[in-house]
Design a protein around this ligand. Structure first.
Ligand SMILES: *Cc1c(COP(=O)(O)O)cnc(C)c1O
Length: 306
């Protein structure tokens, strides 16, 4: 590990590698499988699991090149902006967060944290936010903020894949299936790339309504994912109506899961992952005896209410 990386990990006080543990649940059929968990939620209390994985090499490059300023995008409860805001404040980099919607009258706990960490927050309307990956808009941002590094929404850019791939390097055993939530595709793309030479099927659990769209996000980040030898799919059956949409049934599932396992989950990402895992396991979707890894991507801050 490079000295720069060691220094950064120490500065951010990360616990890595994250634990890999057996999941004990009483779901129908669960005795027929070996179910394990990768606890990326425990990497850090603030820098949420997969967001650290995705930001790691961008932040390292920013430190290495003395980048003074980072600009990025997200919603009012964004785990990505939260992780990035904390990391930037610790690393002495100015963050400008471009946030969808105007929360100035009622900032979310996430936005209050950003303010504490001295991020500049710029609220934009939905039309402007839609330009977040438009080349002309980004060129304009670069002109008005010379020297700034621009990181896309969710931190899902090509350099994110290398960080995500380290999840697979850290594993102590092999798995037939790996399940992870998917929203902007960076995490899934990294997992797919890291498992291309092994016999593991990666299944993304869509947390939003996006059949076709989510698959496209993944293949834009990882064009080789469409080639033979890559075993992956996205399950669209458990998004509960869309991004950040929930039901009393899903909330009850999250609460019950916590009572049973003492592992906290929330309804936006991990709740949908574990709910889908329970459904797939109960209906016997995997070969008997299969070793299944569920990736807990963290993100509990997003469930805080103002
Ligand atoms: C952002 C996020 C995801 C989605 O990951 P993508 O790489 O955007 O698909 C999953 N889980 C949590 C907790 C997140 O914060």
């Amino acid at each position: 590990m490079s000295q720069h990386l060691k220094t950064m990990i120490n500065t951010l006080e990360l616990t890595c590698p994250s634990p890999e543990q057996r999941l004990k649940v009483d779901w129908p059929n669960s005795d027929n499988y070996q179910i394990w968990l990768k606890r990326d939620d425990l990497l850090h209390p603030i820098v949420s699991g997969n967001k650290w994985r995705k930001l790691k090499y961008a932040l390292l490059a920013a430190k290495h090149n003395n980048v003074p300023h980072i600009i990025s995008f997200g919603g009012g409860f964004s785990n990505h902006l939260h992780a990035l805001g904390y990391a930037c404040s610790r690393l002495g980099i100015q963050l400008t967060a471009i946030v969808r919607g105007d929360y100035s009258a009622h900032p979310s706990p996430m936005l209050e944290d950003l303010a504490r960490w001295h991020a500049k927050v710029q609220y934009v309307d939905r039309q402007t936010y839609r330009l977040r990956s438009d080349a002309d808009y980004l060129a304009q941002l670069s002109l008005t903020h010379p020297g700034a590094m621009i990181i896309p929404e969710g931190g899902s850019q090509h350099s994110a894949l290398a960080g995500v791939m380290e999840i697979i390097d850290e594993l102590g055993r092999s798995y037939d299936h790996i399940l992870a939530p998917v929203a902007s595709g960076g995490t899934l793309a990294g997992l797919i790339h890291a498992t291309r030479h092994i016999n593991t099927t990666v299944t993304g659990i869509a947390v939003l309504k996006g059949q076709g769209y989510l698959e496209d996000l993944v293949t834009e980040l990882l064009p080789s994912a469409t080639k033979p030898g890559h075993h992956w799919d996205i399950n669209h059956d458990h998004h509960f109506g869309g991004y950040a949409k929930s039901t009393p049934h899903l909330s009850a599932f999250c609460a019950e899961f916590y009572t049973q396992t003492h592992i906290p989950i929330e309804p936006v990402y991990s709740g949908k992952l574990f709910y889908a895992a329970k459904a797939l396991i109960s209906e016997g979707a995997f070969t008997r005896g299969a070793k299944i890894l569920l990736l807990h991507t963290g993100g509990l801050q997003g469930a805080r209410t103002a």
